[in-house]
Every structure is written in C-alpha cells, then in structure tokens.
Design a protein around this ligand. Sequence first.
Ligand code: BES
Ligand code: MN
Ligand code: ZN
Length: 498
Amino acid sequence: MEFNVSSGHPEKQKTACCVVGIFEKRKLSLAARRLDEVCQGSLSNFLQGGDLTGKEGQCALLYNLPHLSCERVLLVGCGLEKAFKENTFRKAIQTAVQKLMANNIKEATFTLPELVVKDRLTDWKLSYAVQVICDTLYTFDSLKTKKNNSSRLKRMTLMVRGRQELSLASKAIQKGQAIAQGVALAKTLGNMPANLCTPTYLGEEAQKLCRDHPHMRCTILNEPDIQKLKMGAFLSVTKGSHEPPKLITVEYGTDKKDQPPIVLVGKGITFDSGGISLKPDEGMDEMKFDMCGAASVLGAILAAKTLNLPLKIIGIIPTCENLPGGSASRPGDIVTSFSGQTIEILNTDAEGRLILCDALSYSAQFKPDVVIDIATLTGACVVALGKHASGLFSNSEPLAKELVSAGKCRGDRAWQLPLWEDYSTQLDSNFADLANVGGREAGAITAACFLSRFTQKLKWAHLDIAGTAWLRGKEKGATGRPVPLLVAYLLNRCKKEE
Ligand code: BES
Ligand code: MN
Ligand code: ZN
C-alpha cells in the first residue's frame, strides 16, 4: 500500500474516488462543501433526497458529478460534528475502506484527515488513518486455495489542511504503517491453526524477526533447559502434549547495555483444550488464539524495529500446548514454581498463569525498568469488559495511567481493574503456598492476583486480552490487539507520541 499526502484542493484531485465526510443532519464537511460548490450543488441535491443523513456507518458512492477531476465521490457518515472523536474517526475510515474494497476501487483520495478531531493534531490523524486503513485491508487467505485478490487498494492520498502540515506527514505515515505491520504479524500468527502454529513455529518466527539485525538477539530454551531452570509451573502445563515447549527470548537494542529494559511477557499457549479439566466442545477451536499475547509481543517488537526506537526491549514468550493425556497434570497436583513457591493445580484449565508466573520470575534477571505481561487469561475478563477493552492490572499507578492513555490514543483501549489484597485470600490452598484458581467470583482479578505473587519486586502491569485479542462469530479472526497500545506506549517512552 502506497500513501501520499497532499494539501491541494479536493475538487482538483485526479483520483478514482474522493472520500469526504458528511456530519449528521446532512452537514457537509469543508471538503464536501468545496466539491459541492464546484459541481453546482450535486452533493446537497443528493443529500436532499434523504438517502444519507450523516449517521455513523452510512456511505454512498456518487458517479459522474459535473466539473470535478475525480471519477467518483464517496460520502461517509461521520455522526454529530460536535461528537466527532477518535472512535468516530476510526469508524468513518473503516466504512470508507470497506466500501472502496467492495467496489473494487484501486486508488482513492481521503479528505477525512482534514476534519477536526477533538484534542488530536495532524500527526495523530495521519498516523492513525494509516493504521486503520491498513488494518481494514488485512486479509488472511494463505490457507485457502482460491485467493481473494480482486479488490486490493493500491494507492491512497491523504489530504491535510495546509502546506505546513506536509513536513511531518512522512514520519506520521511511517508510524502508522509500522503499527499496522506489527498488528498484521500478530493477526497472522493468531489466525494460524494450532497444527501449524506450534511452539516450535513461534520460535522460528522470533528468530526470523531478529535475523539480519545487528542489535537483536533471539534465544530459545528447550525442555531440558527449562527443566534445568526448575520451572515446575511452566513444565506442568506441557506434560500432556507431544509438541516440545519453548521459552523464547527476543532482545531488541542489545547495544544499549546500560539501559534498563522494557520487558514484554506474552502467553503462548498454542492450543488450550483445558487439559484434564477439559473445556466444553463449543467454540474450542478458538483456543488456537490462546497465543495472541505472544503474538502481540512479536508484533510490538517488529514495530519497534521498523521505527528504530531508541529503547531496550526484551520479549519473553513461554509457549506450549495444554492437552489432556496419560502424562498430563491432574487436578490436585502440586508443583514448585521457578520462584520456589509451591502451587496446587486445582484446575488444569487455569494454565496461562502457570506458564506466566515462571516467565515473570525469570524476567527479573534482566533488571527491567518495567514488565508488562499480555495474556488471553480469563473468560471472566470477557464477561466483565467484552470485546471493547482489555483488562489492565498494575502494581504501579503511573504505569497503569500510561498504558490507559496509550491505548486510548490508538483505538485499543484498556480499563483498569483493582488488584486489592482482599481478593488474594481466594487463592489460599490447604496443601500448597497458593492454588491456581480462586473460585467463581472476580475471576479476572484473582488471576491477576495470582501473577502479582510473582512480581512483587517488579514494576509490573498485566493486560488480560481474552476479550479483545480476537473477534467471535461471523467476523472470527485475530485483531492484533494490543499491539497498537504497546507501540504507543513504547513511542511515549521515547516521546514520539502526543
Ligand atoms: N485461555 C483461557 C481463557 C479464555 C477463555 C480466553 C475463553 C478467552 C475465552 C484460560 O486458559 C482459561 O481457560 N481460563 C479459565 C480459568 C478458570 C479455570 C479459573 C477460564 O477463564 O475459564
Ligand atoms: Mn485454559
Ligand atoms: Zn488458556
């Protein structure tokens, strides 16, 4: 996809399609007004007809308008002008791109970045528009024999208000493209089925990411190494599977020796059957997405690499399958974690926290500045927040705030839930230091509390992405979240995001 920026007049753009916004109550945006003047009121005439009132999600494609240099005009509903915010900006772009694809249009000019978005500057509008456009264009058809290559948009021109805004445009476009590239990697890894996307495969992808980069390094530990480290919690999860587990470490910025790293830990369960505490059959295929945390770590590091961020980042990915079998862990088994704490496995389906607790303890050796884990951890989080926000937990208020605002900035929101001590007693065990489940109440919180027992000496945050990492139903597929949030956070750490 090729992006250009222009500050000319929309009516003079030689393009297959000029995309302009219409606000509710048929109010023309600035660009729409200009086109309307030149084509002698054709747009207002059309709007008089009542086909489009400017509501979110509406759009209409008009042909053969007089005196315009463009072949078509696409009107896009933008909702109430006063309420035009990040979310409506995104929806307008998505609607437009979907319409362009459906009509097989290969090239277009977008005037939407000219619109005023509350509290957002041009840099944001351009980079976010690029992120959303690329994200909407994503397809996963590598495993279909018939490819759907009909309707690819090839070139897009983004309009800005003045010439002075052109100078920052190319940086903004790069930023948007880098985020989209990270999102696409996370989506593709998530969408791959578990028979192909195995722990070994994730290891190969991590190695590929580091290949040919002077300041990146990938280390992969195999089962015997993990045994030597005495990661009893991690090992208890892989026992029922024939696929070998891996502990993957990806380092970015190896030249920055004295900088305390930002550590990202991603849950990499390539398939979660529940183990002996077997899941019900309905929707079990979706448990191939249980490695989306791991995928988001690789996606975020890919974006950091593309943007050449002056940071030290370490990705840690514990990855294995959770399957039942003759050698699988049983409910009631007690294991010793890497930290030394003993854990009673009351439910083998609460496996994410078992692989994460060892990886989190392991992260301490890197003397991190912060540690953020990302995991499709609990169904309870889906019940609490649905698909709109990831659950956020942290033992540092400033870190939590930074992550919330990073997510808000990139249409990838997180919502903080409490990590109060009060919940922690739910994890008491009669036989071990703690149990791996805490009963029906507040499941997302007790899972986070479990992790917090292993991060006491760290500045740490936990993102539960069980509701946000993939879409269900007709649109089933990985979303690439929370790559945008993570990259925005990384950019903020080097003061490159507003
Ligand atoms: N991977 C699941 C969490 C999950 C479930 C994500 C449904 C998305 C949709 C996790 O390993 C799990 O099974 N969690 C259990 C924990 C319970 C046994 C305490 C859950 O949420 O049911
Ligand atoms: Mn599970
Ligand atoms: Zn799981």
